[in-house]
Design a protein. Structure first.
Length: 333
């Protein structure tokens, strides 16, 4: 395997087309009262993330508050979900609002009718939309035509709600974010993209160990360069984890990738997070996984129950961060 590639993060750098569009779009969607949509971590800056974390902590400590009384949220899901669906549904209920789940068969996003029409119709009924889609472009089109806030509940490009909740968890466990080392082991997927961008915004050093062909895209790395921080790319998990404060992994095979299962298992065979790998991190390092986990594949059996694991605290914090996001976007300005 090759030696680690260290990317010096600068304030200048060429931005890829997709990220340039997302940056422009994120700026364009912000009104006088702050952000309108949450499509990408790129829609936020460090101060906004800090405010969301503080809000989530206050909501977590303060119990149920009727901050969204009478508000309605549509959940448009093309993919199955446990944490995203339940956390948004319960969050709306505890905040005094109502969530309406719309299955793929009911909506047929982009098939039964155009996404633009779905966005304009739902905008007449509800106060916000959470979309969990395969294509990130579907969420962008929803936001373009909707007159209510649109939240990315997961797309093939990013998973911002997951990572904002993860930052909350890291902050709770470590007391701060700046100066920490987060090591991600595995596929540079949507979760890794959002985590990388968030770390670069919050002054967290980010290391990722992935095999060739599964590393972060140039667009995501260019955005990280713009944000500031340090990113280390390597093919060797032990080098990524050495001295880390946080060790993070995700599944090798995501939804819609079953046809690639054999090739991916072969590529990631040396990238399992196990006790031996965790021992290379700092003694007080924490282990994170966004779930669902494939025990015995990307994470060894028993690791989710190990003392270092904060996986279930991490899952709980999805609820509290969703509340903060919803209050920010749907609450009274």
């Amino acid at each position: 395997m090759n030696a680690p590639t260290v990317i010096a993060i600068e304030r200048k750098g060429e931005i890829g087309r997709l990220q340039l569009f997302m940056l422009y779009y994120g700026h364009y969607r912000k009104g006088h009262n702050g952000m309108k949509d949450l499509l990408s971590i790129a829609d936020l800056d460090s101060e906004e993330i800090q405010r969301l974390i503080r809000s989530a902590i206050e909501l977590k400590q303060g119990g149920r508050k009727q901050l969204l009384e009478g508000k309605n949220l549509a959940l448009i899901f093309e993919k199955p979900s446990l944490r995203t669906r339940v956390s948004f549904d319960v969050a709306m209920h505890q905040l005094g609002g109502h969530a309406l789940y719309l299955s793929p068969a009911e909506v047929g996003l982009g098939e039964r009718e155009p996404i633009s029409d779905v966005a304009r119709v739902l905008s007449r009924y509800v106060d916000g939309i959470v979309a969990r889609t395969f294509a990130h472009e579907s969420i962008e089109v929803l936001a373009q035509y909707a007159t209510v806030p649109v939240i990315n509940g997961l797309s093939d490009a990013e998973h911002p709600c997951q990572i904002l909740a993860d930052l909350l968890t890291i902050y709770e466990k470590k007391g701060d974010l700046a100066g920490l080392i987060v090591s991600y082991i595995g596929d540079a997927n949507n979760v890794a993209n959002s985590l990388l961008l968030a770390c670069s915004l919050m002054g967290i050093d980010f290391r990722i160990a992935s095999p060739k062909g599964y590393q972060p895209s140039d667009d995501v790395l260019a955005q990280a360069r713009k944000n500031g921080g340090q990113v280390v790319l390597t093919e060797e998990p032990d080098k990524a984890v050495q001295g880390a404060d946080v060790v993070y992994t995700d599944v090798w095979i995501s939804m819609g990738q079953k046809a690639e299962a054999h090739r991916r298992h072969r590529a990631f065979s040396g990238y399992q997070v196990n006790a031996e790998l965790l021992a290379l991190a700092k003694p007080d390092a924490i282990f994170m996984h966004d779930l669902p986990a494939h025990h015995g594949e990307e994470v060894a059996e028993g690791i989710l129950d190990a003392p270092q694991s904060v996986v279930f605290d991490q899952a709980e914090n999805r609820l509290h961060m969703q509340k903060a996001i919803l209050v920010k976007l749907l609450g009274t300005k």
